[in-house]
Ligand binder design. Structure first.
Ligand code: AHG
Ligand code: MN
Ligand code: MN
Length: 347
């Protein structure tokens, strides 16, 4: 080596390699394949990432744009007041899949019926199920929100457009994940080979691999639940809350957006609960768009998700907008909640 030559900086080379691990490359790596199927899933994840970039961009300047915040005055199929951002984010997911040849049908909590992209059928064998804007009560006060997605393969032709094939257990999912719009935009996904997190680098406009094979701790200090509903729950849930109040080592965290609350628990352990109430025995969260995708992720990360009586991944919905109670998180913490419910069931 001459005096002017610099030694090769291997750390810099590794950092560059990591920075080049984009989402589409990561999917192909996970599948160890360049087959048509692998390319399709990779392209599908890229389009979801594109939707995430559009939404992150609009959220970051929502307070400055006319007509971005507030309500539309409409109610959705679940009877909830619709926000302008619900409509925008729902449309973004549709638009990114137009002319994609990937997704023939999209189903979202904001649409009464599945939405067809006829130009993609019958080539596009996937259905995307999604909650385009999770935690929408946070959006007008600049707090974290998210998007949740679930990927299933279309079974049959669905000639009457009723999507009966979607009324199957969460185990039918071929992938799931969420995008968290917080101080940074983070995409977490699984296609059945562990759970992986990507952070949006705004200067590149790319999601870059941040953490692979995330495993949730078996126990964590956090319990995350809307305690304002305490008197609406069945007694075993109240017993569980009384238990954590009386024992050291527990702390409450509740942000009002499942994606944010789940993200904390995935990384730090603990349990998130949205139980049934007297008014809504099935709880609030929608099985196909919220509970099942999160259950898919938590199982891949070594945790558990249950209604209290049935694993979420085994629940078969009666209709596409069905709701389910959700208890999700670290194995030991979910088991503790379950023990209160099962003890009462035995009596
Ligand atoms: P969405 O904004 O998609 O309707 O979902 C809101 C959900 C979920 O994100 C959150 O965990 C829960 O509703 C909060 O509900 P409460 O306000 O009843 O606690
Ligand atoms: Mn939601
Ligand atoms: Mn929503």
């Amino acid at each position: 080596m001459t005096d002017t030559e610099q030694p090769l900086d291997l750390t810099r080379q590794y950092a560059l390699d990591r920075d080049c691990t984009t989402l589409s490359r990561h999917v192909l790596q996970q599948l160890h394949s360049f087959s048509g199927d692998a390319q399709d899933l990779s392209a599908l994840m890229s389009r979801i990432a594109l939707a995430g970039k559009f939404i992150a961009r609009r959220l970051s300047s929502a307070g400055l744009i006319e007509d971005a915040l507030g309500f539309t005055g409409q109610r959705n199929v679940q009877g909830e007041a619709v926000k302008k951002m619900d409509v925008y984010t729902n449309q973004v997911f549709i638009s990114v899949f137009e002319q994609s040849g990937l997704v023939c049908r999209l189903a979202s909590e904001e649409m009464d019926k599945p939405y067809y992209l006829p130009e993609n059928c019958p080539v596009g064998r996937y259905t995307l199920l999604y909650d385009p804007l999770d935690g929408s009560s946070n959006v007008d006060v600049n707090l974290n929100v998210g998007s949740i997605f679930s990927i299933r393969k279309q079974e049959g032709e669905d000639l009457d457009g009723t999507a009966q094939d979607l009324l199957q257990a969460g185990r039918k999912q071929v992938g799931a994940g969420y995008i968290l719009y917080g101080p940074s935009t983070i995409l977490v996904y699984s296609i059945g080979t562990g759970v992986h997190a990507f952070i949006l680098d705004p200067s590149l406009g790319e999601f870059i691999l941040a953490q692979e094979n995330i495993q949730i701790p078996d126990h964590g200090p956090v319990y995350s639940v809307n305690e304002g509903n305490f008197w609406q729950w069945e007694e075993p849930l109240r017993d569980y809350i009384r238990y954590v109040h009386r024992h050291e080592g527990y702390t409450a965290r509740y942000g009002g957006a499942l994606v944010g609350d789940f993200h904390r628990i995935l990384f730090q352990g603990g349990v998130f609960l949205y139980p049934g109430t007297i008014k809504q025995p099935e709880g609030k969260l929608r099985l196909l768009y919220e509970s099942a995708p999160m259950a898919y992720l938590i199982e891949q990360a070594g945790g558990r998700a249950t209604t209290g009586r049935l694993e979420i991944m085994d629940v078969i919905p009666e209709k596409i907008h069905a709701r389910s109670p959700l208890i999700i998180g670290s194995r030991d913490d979910v088991a503790l909640v379950e023990s209160f419910i099962q003890e009462r069931d035995r009596e």
